[in-house]
Design a protein around this ligand. Sequence first.
Ligand SMILES: NC(=O)c1ccc[n+]([C@@H]2O[C@H](COP(=O)([O-])OP(=O)(O)OC[C@H]3O[C@@H](n4cnc5c(N)ncnc54)[C@H](OP(=O)(O)O)[C@@H]3O)[C@@H](O)[C@H]2O)c1
Length: 105
Amino acid sequence: MVYHEANGIITEARSPVGRGTDLLSNPVIAEVAAEHGVSPAQAILAWQVRVGALPIPKSKSVARQRENLDVFGVVLTEANMARIGSLARPDGRLANQEPSVYQEF
Ligand SMILES: NC(=O)c1ccc[n+]([C@@H]2O[C@H](COP(=O)([O-])OP(=O)(O)OC[C@H]3O[C@@H](n4cnc5c(N)ncnc54)[C@H](OP(=O)(O)O)[C@@H]3O)[C@@H](O)[C@H]2O)c1
């Protein structure tokens, strides 16, 4: 992110709500979401926006698409940011997506 910011590059967050994994049911996400009265997806997307990323969530549901857009008023606390940030996986990716060998178009 530091390199990207210094070079005017916008960082995309792909599969931002976990692509059908258990991320949306994670208890930490649920607690942060409940604290702010938003959905788990909104808590995750608000975290990504706050770190300066551009999330591109996919949904076949118009209601969920609207929900996913309605995140810019969610103001997470530093504690919320740290809690969600602590969920990072060792390789920072979904399974089998090591960026040096994995590419998807
Ligand atoms: N080029 C690449 O390298 C690359 C890699 C990964 C992803 N992408 C792109 O990034 C986009 C998103 O990635 P993705 O589809 O893999 O993962 P994603 O957006 O993280 O997850 C999509 C899943 O989350 C569900 N969902 C979305 N919003 C939700 C909400 N508010 N509440 C509950 N469930 C919700 C969707 O179900 P419903 O549809 O039923 O709502 C769907 O099952 C896609 O356009 C994909 O093509 C590109």
